[in-house]
Design a protein. Structure first.
Length: 276
């Protein structure tokens, strides 16, 4: 990958960590996630009007990705509720690059070179080290986190293939984002008029988080047109390093020597990927 692609994916990783920090700091995560999806889906509709539909051959991928994202959001909430985010979230993010690399090798015949494979492995191992730095993880927490990681890998692979046959990455991205409207529609159906009781401040933060998440993942989709899916996925998951720093700065989370060492391993892996 070129230096510009690597740099933009790392910026996307920082943005991804930012919206997750917003969600973690919220008092009603279900509402915050729904508002974020409303922002993403609404902007997706605007983008679809502006850029038009992608090639018909990419429609099944956009639809599949939309439904996988719905499953991801649901599992992410379960992961948030099942245990310490400092453990469960890194497991979800750290398990996905290896799954993406394996899936890309099987379905897209993408085979990383030695440096690329080593970089992906270091990123995944470093992220998982962040998770287990605090000790063992309960089985229920581990299952929820790995399930979330599997959905991350699934939508990454689907979008990586879909954008390459779409003819226009902007139209594909917009079409896929439209499906994010399903989550707030579901919440409105479940909560009814109670959705109006939400805090305006929390809603504003969630709307901002939605815009940030849209930009972050749009950059990732763009990058997967140009680089290997496994490498892009691993670079994206360096977001956990930024999340650890943001958590320390804004959520008063501890940053121990072990966590710092794990972050350095992740950084080394990202550097190896950047040189492939």
């Amino acid at each position: 990958m070129t230096a510009s692609v690597v740099a933009l994916v790392l910026v996307a990783a920082f943005l991804h960590a930012g919206w997750n920090t917003l969600l973690r700091g919220g008092t009603d995560r279900l509402w915050s996630m729904s508002v974020m999806n409303l922002a993403v889906g609404g902007l997706g509709l605007v983008g679809l009007l502006a850029f038009g539909l992608p090639n018909p051959s990419s429609w099944p991928y956009a639809v599949a990705s939309g439904f996988i994202h719905i499953a991801y959001n649901a599992l992410l909430l379960v992961t948030y509720r099942s245990g310490d985010l400092g453990q469960t979230y890194p497991i979800a993010r750290g398990s996905s690059p290896a799954m993406v690399a394996l899936g890309a090798a099987l379905v897209a015949r993408e085979h990383p070179d030695v440096l690329g494979a080593a970089g992906i492995a270091l990123v995944s191992c470093g992220i998982l080290a962040l998770a287990f730095a605090k000790g063992g993880v309960a089985r229920s927490q581990l299952i929820a986190a790995l399930g979330t990681g599997a959905t991350i890998a699934a939508y990454t692979l689907v979008d990586g293939i879909g954008v390459r046959v779409s003819g226009d990455w902007l139209s594909y991205t917009a079409a896929m984002f439209c499906f994010h409207l399903a989550f707030p529609i579901w919440l409105a159906f479940v909560r009814g008029s109670r959705v109006l009781d939400a805090s305006p401040v929390e809603s504003a933060k969630a709307l901002g988080g939605g815009v940030i998440s849209l930009v972050a993942y749009a950059v990732v989709i763009w990058a997967m047109r140009l680089g290997a899916m496994g490498a892009v996925s691993a670079l994206r998951e360096t977001s956990v390093v930024f999340a650890a720093l943001l958590g320390r700065a804004f959520l008063a989370e501890r940053l121990t020597a072990g966590r710092i060492a794990a972050c350095l391993v992740i950084a080394l892996g990202a550097a190896l990927i950047g040189h492939t």
